[in-house]
Design a protein around this ligand. Sequence first.
Ligand code: HEC
Length: 157
Amino acid sequence: MIKPNLVFGFFVDNLLGDLQATIDAAKTPNGAVYPVGSVVQLVPTEVMIKREKGYNAVTKDWEFFELDVSAKGSEIKVRGAFEVVNKFGGNCFGCHIKAKPQWDLICEQEHGCDPITLPNGMVLSQHTIKAVQKADPRCVTKEQQQVRKALEQVSAS
Ligand code: HEC
């Protein structure tokens, strides 16, 4: 579903086919309201989708998704406006609502959200986020699969 349209540090798509409008919103220097159908993804398991107008005024019509991702594809674990929590116990909406109003709940690094923090207090850097993006189990190459298999055999023996 999500093609790798990397804008800044995250991926975007548009379920209604209006990819250019979503990219324009992501690239605007002063903030914009994302068009309906926008899909925004940071790491493989965390996605936001801009739903139809009236879906939820408080979340500015964003729905949050926590996915289970494996080599077989992805499955929705939890979805919704307020109830979705990330792996580290942080509520998606609770953080993203802190983005200044002109950014339409998109955090990036400078929009006013709290940084993503691991349970041990370590802040997730752009570098770590990149590594997590690259490790998407749906996209690994044959070579990477072989390396992974070999490593599993080593650690099992
Ligand atoms: C502790 C606060 C926090 C929580 C909780 C959180 N996020 Fe984020 N999120 C951020 C920050 C900060 C960024 C920007 C990271 C960066 O670009 O370095 C971000 C980035 C994103 C992006 C990329 C677009 C953007 O806003 O920059 C998506 C999509 C996203 N998060 C979805 C989610 C989803 C879905 C959840 C819940 C499952 C979630 N987030 C929970 C803080 C949070």
